[in-house]
Unconditional design. Structure first.
Length: 115
């Protein structure tokens, strides 16, 4: 298994989010499967100012190297609220596994360059 280093993974959420735990468990599973050796930075978003500061697109959000994993929504305005993800089965409060895998693949594309 390849060990992924030099990548920063951030999990953003607000307290009371019903999708926090299942989303975090899925994120940890994907990272484990991919050999990610780093820590997940946990960021609790407490208000609209935090949402703007972190470009929070709703709870839960995952960013890899500071970039939201959902490419089609990266230019959306920040929001202090719930988030839904489009999946093959409809909409869900938990991101699809493939979304995280694609973001890791894209971010890992430069892992052989100077790092």
């Amino acid at each position: 298994m390849c060990i992924i280093t030099g990548m920063k993974v951030r999990f953003l959420y607000f307290e009371g989010c019903p999708h926090k735990e299942p989303a975090l468990a899925l994120l940890k599973q994907v990272l484990r499967e991919r050999g990610y050796a780093g820590e997940i930075e946990m960021v609790e978003i407490k208000n609209e100012d935090d949402a703007r500061r972190y470009h929070f697109l709703g709870s839960p959000t995952v960013q890899v190297n500071g970039i939201d994993v959902e490419e089609s929504r990266r230019n959306d305005p920040p929001v202090f609220g719930c988030r839904v993800y489009k999946t093959n089965d409809g909409y869900s409060g938990v991101f699809p596994k493939e979304l995280i895998e694609a973001a890791l693949d894209k971010a890992g594309g430069d892992k052989g360059k100077g790092g």
